[in-house]
Design a protein around this ligand. Structure first.
Ligand code: ADP
Ligand code: MG
Length: 676
């Protein structure tokens, strides 16, 4: 069996099931093996009567001793009851509305029933028990998989079993490392994580796989470093017009901005490629720094590029760049997914030809057919939205260009060292003068109307309002406020006479632009939106942000969102609406209402959620971190990094054809399971 084969080649996987599996992101056998349980349920089996805990599930091997007649309840439900014997006790198992359940059982046979058993005197009662499979009984630990739609719990383990029956997974870590850290071999670890035999073994399996992920991750970072930290970068002079540009700015730079600009200019002048992370809270003024850095590069006769995660942001930066830089005879181009074909070709030709221009864009910039003749500087804005690989792609477009990455999600230093071990760090720790503190409040869902009345007040004062709803999955539609649903609700009532528009990611770029524009022009008073406005959008007249279902967002994200207001001279507010049912949510919301310090907030977020969730690393799959968390598993990461370093060093020692072999080595370790 080849693990790159499609899932439909497995026995029992027809088109329908294949489609469901695809929805879970399972396309190949490789994907299936790496579809790890999201959690485990620990179940005691066949314990003594006294040990049975009514609040926990158990597995009991019960023998059928009788079938009762079905009973119909008043409400029309049919109850089927089967009588079992367990040790010296009688077990009454009841099923609701499962008329044919009895056909599954034979008199005097023994079955493994899984469920919560209630004690009634000396006997037991269980409602809708599941008939367990043998594997589960032995392990007492039941893996829980994330399932989409109406998939049965058993399907995934069954398919995995089918694969593992015929395959032995070969190890891909050097033996030396396995021995040194007493790591489980890969084959056992994969088996154990899907079919755990016991807590201890499961723990070791998870540890081994985390090591694997973090080792791979370290290798990738090292590759990046080995590419960047070579000599022969470009040395850019400080162009004489920099002073004129400074004069032309509509405001004075803050001290922090001035310091960072200086750090960047020093990097630009040095013969080594710049490789710098710029961190600064929302609204601290990072864009202008990017523009100054690009200005100097273009004035030195090179190309510069700025990549951002959304088209809205690309447009906005583009406009700002044109306004500021055109008077200095600098050409700025915009390249996004929705640029016309003709436009794309024209810009690509300019880049290939070597025109020294600035190009601002989205992922469209890292498409294969975009070639730069003399790229001098690449900047990525909102870095946390891009993975290492995307960063790599952009850098590879040039010959050792300078690299600047900017992020508004401040990363605690310890973590930054691991995530971006190859970067120097600049920090803007000061907001431009005159910024208002954004007063933040949390309202329970029942009090939503208060938030909306307040919105009306703000609008009557001439201000504008953002309302943000979380992105929702299809099967959740009922319980959450989606953009459309909320629009209907508000428009038919409280906002009847107010200009409201909606905005979400699925709209065409042109449509989005028009909506944003009309909001910028103050024609639209209320913008109901998904998180597409999270980064960058700048409308100083907006003074209130309402966030629905706020418990669904990460703190760093909430902070980023609320940074959309308070950009003008008006008092500004953020109202978080949500359900604060549990302590965790209460704690999270309290942090938001009490602090406006992005660094503090993101550190707290990290503690509560872990890095994987916080930076969306897990969802994106970009880093291949399925189990490991860069923050929580820092200890493992340190070891993995050490070993990755050593391995690369040994390759370096042995080989002349260095880069190629390092790439190959990394390729080899960058998959959980090797393809033969
Ligand atoms: P972010 O760091 O979140 O990307 P921006 O670059 O979008 O922040 O800047 C936010 C706003 O602050 C913009 O309207 C920008 O023009 C303004 N701004 C930036 N620097 C200064 C400054 N030194 N003084 C006054 N306003 C500034
Ligand atoms: Mg920004």
């Amino acid at each position: 069996m080849n693990i790159s084969m499609e899932i439909s080649t497995l026995k029992g996987v027809g088109p329908k099931l294949a489609e469901k599996l695809n929805k879970c992101g399972i396309f190949t056998i490789y994907d299936l093996l790496l579809y790890f349980p999201r959690d485990y349920e620990y179940i005691k089996s066949n314990c003594e009567f006294e040990e049975i805990d009514e609040n926990n599930k158990h597995i009991l091997s019960c023998r059928v001793i009788g079938f009762d007649r079905d009973v119909k309840t008043k409400s029309g439900k049919i109850i089927s009851t089967i009588k079992f014997a367990y040790k010296n006790h009688i077990v009454l198992a009841k099923w609701f509305n499962q008329k044919y359940i009895k056909n599954q059982f034979k008199m005097n046979e023994t079955y493994d029933l899984v469920g919560k058993f209630k004690k009634t005197g000396n006997n037991l009662e269980v409602i809708n028990p599941i008939v367990g499979c043998k594997d589960a009984i032995e392990s007492e630990i039941i893996p829980k998989y994330s399932l989409k739609g109406d998939m049965s719990e058993k399907i995934i383990p069954k398919l995995i079993n089918q694969v593992l029956d015929k395959t032995i997974i070969s190890d891909n870590l050097p033996k030396k490392i396995l021995v040194k850290y007493n790591l489980m071999d890969l084959d056992s670890a994969i088996r154990e994580i899907h079919f755990p035999k016991g807590k201890g073994e499961l723990f070791r399996a998870i540890e081994r796989l985390k090591f694997q992920e973090l080792f791979t991750y370290s290798m990738k970072l090292l590759l990046l470093k080995s590419k960047i930290k070579q000599k022969n970068g470009i040395s850019f002079n400080w162009h004489k017009e920099l002073a004129d540009l400074k004069e032309a700015l509509p405001y004075n730079l803050t001290n922090a901005q001035t310091r960072v600009v200086r750090e960047i200019l020093i990097d630009q002048k040095s013969p080594y490629p710049m490789n710098r992370l710029l961190q600064g809270d929302v609204g601290s003024g990072k864009t202008i720094i990017a523009l100054i850095a690009m200005f100097n590069v273009v004035k030195n006769g090179y190309q510069a590029t700025l990549m951002v995660p959304t088209e809205i942001l690309a447009n906005q930066h583009y406009e700002e760049a044109v306004k500021l830089l055109n008077p200095f005879n600098i050409d700025v181009e915009l390249l996004t997914g929705s640029s016309s074909k003709k436009e794309k070709i024209r810009i690509k030709e300019r880049l290939q030809r070597g025109d020294n221009i600035i190009v601002i864009g989205t992922h469209a910039l890292i498409q294969e057919d975009v070639e730069f003749k003399n790229l001098g500087l690449t900047i990525t804005d909102e870095q946390h939205r891009f993975g290492v690989e995307q960063r790599n792609k952009l850098i590879n477009k040039g010959k050792r260009p300078d690299v600047l990455v900017m992020s508004a999600t401040p990363i605690p230093r310890t973590l930054a060292l691991c995530m971006y071990s190859d970067l120097d760090v600049s920090i803007i720790d000061e907001l431009p003068p005159g910024r208002k503190v954004i007063k933040t409040k949390f309202y329970n869902e029942e009090d939503r109307i208060l938030a909306y009345s307040f919105a009306k007040e703000e609008i009557s004062k001439g201000r504008q309002v953002y309302i943000v709803c979380p992105l929702i999955e299809e099967d959740e539609k009922l319980t959450l406020n989606s953009v459309e649903k909320l629009y209907e609700e508000l428009k038919s009532d409280i906002f009847k006479d107010i200009a409201v528009q909606i905005l979400h990611g699925k709209m065409k770029a042109k449509e989005k632009d028009e909506i944003i524009n009309s909001f910028k022009l103050n024609e639209t008073k209320v913008l109901i939106s998904t998180t597409v406005i999270e980064v960058g959008v700048n409308v100083p007249n907006a003074s209130l942000m309402i966030i629905e279902n706020s418990e669904r967002f990460g703190l760093a994200q909430l902070h980023q969102l609320r940074g959309r207001v308070g950009r003008g001279s008006y008092d500004s507010y953020c109202i978080l609406i949500g359900k604060a049912k549990n302590d965790r949510t209460k704690k999270r919301m309290k942090i938001m209402t009490e602090s406006t310090d992005g660094f503090y907030i993101s550190e707290q977020d990290l503690k509560i959620r872990g890095a994987g969730e916080m930076f969306g690393l897990r969802q994106s799959g970009e880093l291949g971190l399925l189990l490991a968390d860069i923050y929580e598993d820092m200890d493992i990461l340190k070891c993995a990094r050490l070993e990755a370093n050593n391995l690369i060093k040994s390759v370096e020692k042995e080989d002349v054809n260095l880069c190629n072999n390092i790439s190959k080595t990394i390729e080899r370790y960058s998959r959980y399971i090797c393809f033969n």
